[in-house]
Design a protein around this ligand. Structure first.
Ligand code: ADP
Ligand code: GLC
Length: 495
């Protein structure tokens, strides 16, 4: 199959979260299965143009919207796949006015006011670029609201929906997070050249606004989320966040595939970001990582004090309110906590102040730092993810691979990937971490206490738990085969 993945971020070129990791790894895993795979993304100003061999392939693609006519450039760079003869081509759409900005989506986790148009031009430009390149995919995988206008345009844009080639391309729409819906004022229907008639509750309209995520769901052939549990959760109001009814209405074409991880990139035995490498056979390097981590955060480098790590967007989704509520009390115990994150200013302020008051127990770094994220994965004993909801979550999977025991709330992908410690899972060797169900800090703290007790009183059991996690298989190989099966079904039923 010829497969195009459309995305707003992709590692290592541009990343704010897990979507980038998925966009970086899934195409290569599909290419390794023998498919011809390409990715299309914006050419952001933050991408280092000297870091990759970028080649200008289309100097001018005209994107004519009522909001104005723009000429975008299309650049290409190949990414090697596991199969050397089958590289993944990355196409990047360049438009200085739209994408040469300091952030991907907006300052401090917010939105640029013209985001609907930025991604409107991107999606339409990407479709016209396919014509210009003479490369018409058998199927498009669109991800989240930023690329929802691809399936929407295919169905509704007057010129695209009349184009004999483009209008026939079926789409798989992947929801990575239903809480970001791409809500915009209704006058943008005209600016994006979408027919007024599509502004109705059965398509794009949502309480007087345009809802791009909803439009992506309703105009795609199939919808997928990034874990089976999240696919079921979003049918309910507490997780569907206003779109539960829409999700229920497409239950017969909705599924969930748990993300994999790139096991070559995230490998403690080779990770160049670590001060020492290690593996399940020899864990000495992990002790060195812990020591360096403690030093990096100015904490006493004591090997027997458990270090609890967090790498996260500091937003309500991630259960940060539970952490904020319980941390002052937890820090009275013999533990150390390290937090790397960025997000809501309130949390920045809160953690900065708390770290000032507990300099020997809490280390906080506010910002985005890929190298430090890896040191935290490697150097911590416990990784905390008490998410209110978590479509998939990648950090718990990275933690398992780095021998760091996750404590998670049992939701979404966390429920699908972590097996809670109890007598029978320990005896059967299937336990990989600790999990709690009720979204309350007392339940989170109870799991933390359980974990700390095992860490302190039963080092053999703790080691078994670590090694059990390291032996888990969450590579993309398995998930890519599920995507392949689904894409084949979408393509064959489209004929
Ligand atoms: P989400 O996409 O919801 O933020 P995921 O767990 O799927 O959550 O993926 C988050 C990704 O972003 C992981 O690769 C994680 O290491 C990375 N990440 C999150 N915050 C930071 C940060 N402050 N610095 C570096 N990496 C971060
Ligand atoms: C979103 C979700 C996260 C998921 C990631 C990649 O950012 O919040 O749970 O792992 O997408 O699919």
């Amino acid at each position: 199959m010829k497969i195009l993945l459309a995305t707003s971020e992709m590692t290592p070129l541009a990343k704010t979260g897990g979507l980038a990791d998925v966009s970086g790894a899934l195409p290569r895993a599909l290419a390794a299965l023998g498919h011809e795979v390409a990715v299309v993304m914006p050419f952001y100003g933050t991408i280092d143009r000297d870091s990759w061999p970028f080649e200008l392939v289309l100097p001018e693609v005209l994107v004519d919207l009522p909001a104005g006519k723009r000429a975008v450039e299309v650049w290409r760079t190949p990414v090697p796949s596991a199969k050397a003869d089958n590289p993944v081509n990355i196409y990047l759409l360049a438009d200085a006015g739209l994408f040469e900005r300091p952030h991907l989506y907006g300052p401090s986790g917010g939105d640029y006011p013209d985001n609907a148009l930025r991604y409107g031009y991107f999606c339409l430009g990407a479709l016209w670029a396919l014509k210009g390149l003479g490369w018409i995919p058998d199927v498009i995988i669109a991800n989240d609201w930023q690329t929802a206008l691809m399936p929407i345009d295919i169905k509704l844009h007057p010129a695209v929906s009349a184009d004999p080639q483009l209008s026939r391309i079926p789409t798989l729409f992947v929801i990575h997070n239903i809480s970001y819906q791409g809500l915009f004022p209704d006058y943008l229907m005209e600016h994006l050249a979408l027919p007024r008639s599509a502004f109705n509750p059965g398509l794009l309209e949502y309480y007087g606004n345009i809802n791009l995520l909803k439009g992506g769901i309703l105009t795609s052939q199939w919808v997928s989320t990034v874990s089976p549990t999240y696919a079921r959760e979003i049918e309910r109001p507490e997780y569907g966040l206003g779109l539960d009814g829409v999700i229920q209405s497409c239950a017969d074409r909705l599924g969930g595939i748990l993300n994999g991880i790139d096991i070559d990139d995230w490998n403690p035995a080779t990770d160049p970001a670590l001060p020492a490498n290690y593996s399940a056979e020899n864990l000495t390097g992990k002790d060195i990582c812990k020591q360096k981590l403690q030093q990096r955060f100015g904490l006493p480098a004591e090997p027997r004090i458990p270090v609890i790590g967090m790498v996260t967007r500091l937003v309500d989704q991630k259960g940060i309110d539970l952490v904020a509520e319980s941390l002052p009390g937890l820090l009275r115990g013999k533990i150390q906590v390290v937090i790397l994150g960025s997000g809501q200013p309130y949390y920045h302020e809160f953690f900065r102040n708390l770290a000032r008051r507990s300099p020997n127990k809490l280390g906080v770094k506010l910002g985005f730092d890929e190298k430090l994220a890896r040191l935290i994965e490697a150097g911590s004993d416990i990784f905390l993810m008490p998410s209110r909801f978590e479509p998939c979550g990648l950090n718990q999977l990275y933690s398992l691979r780095y021998g760091t025991v996750p404590i998670v709330r049992k939701t979404g992908g966390l429920a699908d990937s972590i097996v809670n410690v109890n007598a029978s899972t320990m005896a059967g060797g299937t336990a990989t971490g600790f999990s709690f169900t009720h979204y309350q800090s007392s339940f989170m703290c109870a799991e933390l206490r359980r974990a700390l007790r095992m860490y302190r009183t039963n080092p053999q059991a703790w080691r078994r738990l670590m090694l059990g996690g390291m032996a888990q298989e969450f590579s993309w190989q398995h998930a890519a085969k599920e995507y392949e099966k689904l894409l084949q079904k979408i393509v064959s039923t489209n004929r």
